[in-house]
Every structure is written in C-alpha cells, then in structure tokens.
Design a protein around this ligand. Structure first.
Ligand SMILES: [Zn+2]
Length: 300
C-alpha cells in the first residue's frame, strides 16, 4: 500500500510552533517516501473549536507552502460515521454506557461496565475490548515503547453527546488509508488503547512515529491551552520553517545559499530528510508521559 500520512490539527487556536513541527515532520516523512499527505481538521470538540481557527490554520499552512493529495477533511461533517462505529462496538459488547462524572472518577475508577446502565443519550460511552490490551507498541523512531497498563476506559462519546477524539481519529485514519501516523509524543500513552480500538473495529492499525515535543520555558508542551503564540505572529514563514527543520535535527545549511520560497524549502527539505537526525533526548520517558496524560476523558 502506498505510504499515506496526515496532519490532523484541532482548530482551537491558530497554528503555533509545536503544531508546525508536527505538520512538518508528517509532511517530510510522507514526501521523502514519495507518499501521499492529507490534512484533516479535528473539530468535534465544538465548545473549543471555532471555524475562524480552521480558516486561519488552512491559511497559515498554505502560506508555509504545504500541499495535500486530497480535499481537506472536516470531522464535524462526518459524525454519522463515528456514531455507526460506536453502535458497532456497543452491539459487540466492546463498549458500555457510563454514568461517571469527572468528579466521581477522581474518587474511584469507572465500574459501569460491571453493572446494568440503561442506554441513555446523556451518558458517555466507553471502550472495553473483549481481549487484553497490550501495554507496548513499536515506534518507527524509538523502537519498542512500553507505556504501562491503563486502568481507565477510553471514552468514545462524551456525556454532552460529542464524539471523543480517540474514536474519531481511529475511524478516520482507517477510512483515509493512513499507513503511518506521525504525531507528538504526548500521544504515546494512548497508543496501545488506540491500537486495541482498531482491532475491535476490525481495522488494521497504522505504524507510528512520535516526534519530540516542543516545550515552553516552564517545561510544558506548547499548546493552545497554555496560550502559545501563533507561529506566524512570532516570525516570518521562512524563519518558522527553518526553525522547525532545525528542531527536527535537519540540516538547513543548504538554504543559506540563496533565497528560497516556502514551497521550495519544503521540497528540498523532503529530498534531504533524514529520520535518524530527529533528536530523541528531549523526549520524556514513556512512563512519565503516561502518568501525565493518563487516559481519562479521551480528550487530547
Ligand atoms: Zn463509569
């Protein structure tokens, strides 16, 4: 199967440097293998996502020279597909209704699977596969990764009726024939459970390549939640691309020779892309990441 990669941002803010690094890593990996590259907007968390951010992310990526092999996919236009997948898991007893609240989960883990909960639209839906979930996976960059065992059940649908990130991204990666997922290492912890979800739905899981995270001065992941500055407000598109290339350990001396436009930089960077140069030392150990991002509500 032809290599197919993707970048899947959440439009809860403008593109920041951390997102650019992920977009660039995914793009270069795909293009360096003569593969396909897709863009998907993960806008299901409607209280956080705004259409103006979708527009600004699309515009910023265009300014930065990115191109895609298919029309941009918008998740909010596909909710029926996700509902069907949840229905399939409920029917095969690999999902259950849950009445737990964020507060109750702090006191005790969810036990709803073991008691009768009447199906109700106000309840969340959680995943419980009919087989044992691995607590490890193979990463293209890091090799064998141990994540530790999760005691939480992945949320598939939230009690407010919104489809959870984990379900939607698994369904879409399958439908889009994604062969390798390139993303930030904050999602390492969730990977075995996502793999289990692929299996439960009868899908083949993709390969994974987790990139080092861009951290702020406080050592936290650069994110919209901690008010990361939009990257194109901080610097020019060309400087942003070169900085992101250097973050990924790539050689940028070739770009000093003459003036390049962003699209030319991307093309040349793909031709010179060297996976082995991506630094791994600033990545937190997987178990630490696991502790920090322990699967609770199925949100990013
Ligand atoms: Zn529960």
């Amino acid at each position: 199967m032809k290599y197919t990669g993707r970048f899947a941002p959440t439009p809860s803010g403008r593109l920041h440097f951390g997102s650019l690094v992920t977009a660039l890593g995914a793009y270069l990996r795909a293009r360096s293998l003569n593969g396909r590259f897709l863009l998907r907007i993960e806008d299901l968390d409607t209280p956080r996502c705004k259409s103006e951010y979708t527009a600004s992310i699309l515009r910023d990526l265009e300014i930065l020279g990115f191109d895609y092999d298919e029309e941009v996919k918008i998740q909010s236009a596909n909710t029926k597909t996700y509902e069907e997948a949840i229905g399939q898991l409920l029917a095969s007893h690999q999902a259950f209704y849950c009445t737990c609240t964020r507060k109750s989960l702090k006191d005790h883990p969810c036990r709803c699977q073991h008691r009768f909960v009447r199906p109700d639209l106000r309840y969340s839906v959680r995943f419980c596969p009919s087989f044992t979930v691995d607590c490890c996976f193979e990463d293209i960059l890091s090799g064998h990764v141990l994540t530790g065992k999760s005691t939480d059940y992945l949320q598939l649908k939230r009690s407010d009726g919104l489809i959870a990130y984990n379900l939607a991204c698994v369904v879409d990666d399958h439908l889009d024939h994604i062969t390798e997922v390139v993303r930030g290492s904050d999602l390492i912890a969730i990977t075995p459970q996502q793999n289990a979800l692929y299996r439960a739905l009868g899908f083949a899981a993709p390969d994974y390549l987790h990139l080092p995270l861009v951290l702020n001065a406080q050592g936290n992941k650069l994110s919209k939640q901690n008010h990361a500055t939009p990257v194109l407000e901080e610097m020019s598109p060309l400087d942003a691309l070169l900085k992101a290339l250097r973050f990924l350990g790539q050689d940028t001396t070739v770009f000093a020779e003459r003036d390049f436009c962003c699209a030319q930089v991307l093309k040349l960077a793909a031709a010179h892309f060297d996976l082995q140069r991506i630094p791994v030392e600033n990545r937190k150990p997987a178990d630490q990441v696991y502790e920090k991002t322990a699967v609770r509500c199925g949100q990013k």
